[in-house]
Design a protein around this ligand. Sequence first.
Ligand SMILES: Cc1cc2nc3c(=O)[nH]c(=O)nc-3n(C[C@H](O)[C@H](O)[C@H](O)COP(=O)(O)O)c2cc1C
Length: 340
Amino acid sequence: MKNLKDVFISAKEKCTLCNVCVECNGVVCKGKIPGPGGKGSGSSFIRNSLKLKDVKVVMNLINDFSEVDTSTTLFNHNVDLPVYAAPIAGIKNNFGVEISDKDYNSMMLKGCDMANTIGFTGDGISIDMFTLPVDEIDNLKGHGICTIKPWVTQGTKPRIDYMNNKNVLALATDIDSAGLAHLRNSEVKVEIKSVQALKELKDSIQVPLIVKGIMSVKAAMCALQAGADAIVVSNHGGRCLDESLSAIEVLHDIAIAVDGRMTILVDGGFRTGGDVFKALALGANGVLIGRPITISAIGDGANGVHLYLNKIKDELADTMMMCGCNCINDINYDCIKVIN
Ligand SMILES: Cc1cc2nc3c(=O)[nH]c(=O)nc-3n(C[C@H](O)[C@H](O)[C@H](O)COP(=O)(O)O)c2cc1C
C-alpha cells in the first residue's frame, strides 16, 4: 500500500476487537481487556491522550536554517527519529486478528528497521512469547529491544539465560505488569520488584537495562539506584491501573530529578510528531508508540509500520521547523507551554 489511509482501512477490516478509531484515545475501547482498551473505567488511557492536548507548542520563525535533522542515538545506535515501537503482546487476543506474536514482531521490527529506528518486543505467560521475538531481534542483527515481565525467579531466569546468548540492543522490564490480573494469577506469577531485585537483574545481563512503568520521581530514583540505564515513563497505556495520572503530566518532574543520569523514554497516547515534540520539550529523550504501530502492522505488515513512522517523522520535522529547532537537542522547555 502507498498511503496510511489504506493501511488503516485494511486493519479495520481485519480487527474484530479493535475499532481502529480515527483518534486512538481509549474512549470507544474503555475497559476492553482482552482488547486494546484501558483497565476498569478506561480513564488512565483516556487521560494519556487528553493531557497531551494541554501542552501547546510555541512558534518561533526567525531563524537562519531551512532544513531540520530528526536523527538521534539510543544506546550509541543511530536512529532517524527518536520514536520507537512499544512492546505489544497478545495480538490475537487483544486485536482479534489471526496474527501470531512471532509474525507480528517480525513485521514490526522490520518496519522499524526500514524507518531506521528500533522496536521493542513484549512477553507473556508462555516463554515463547519472550524467546520467539528475541530470535527475531537476533535475526535482525540485534536491532531491537526485548521486554521481560516482572516474573518471580522461575520465570525470569530461563528468559534471561536465553537472551544472554542472543544479540539484542537492550533489555526492558515492564514493572507495571505487576498490575495485570491474568499475570498475577498465572502459574508462574509476576511480582512487585524491589531495588535489590532490579540490581540483580541488571547484574545478570550484559546489555543496558530499561525500567518501564515509572510514574513518579520516587520510582525514577529507585531505578537509578538499581543501576538502570534508562526508564520509560509509562502507565502501560492505562492497562495496569485505573485512575492513574497520565505519562505526559509526570514527565517533566521526573526529567528534572533524573538530570541526565539515565535516558528517559515515555509512552501513552502519542499519536503525532507534534506529540513527540512535546515530550522532548518536557525532558524525554525519546517516545514509544504502541497501538497505532500495531494497527499499521495489521493493515500492511512492515510497510504499514514504515509508512506510520514516516508520518510521525514528517510531522516532527514540520513542528521543529516551525518552532525554531534545527536538531533534536534544540528542543527544550521554552518550546512549549502547559496550559492547565
Ligand atoms: C494489547 C497490548 C499489549 C501490551 N503488551 C505489552 C507487553 O507485553 N510489554 C510491555 O511492556 N507493554 C505492553 N503494552 C503496553 C505498551 O508497551 C505501551 O506502554 C502502551 O501501549 C503505550 O501506549 P499507546 O498504545 O497509547 O501508544 C501493551 C499494550 C497493549 C495495548
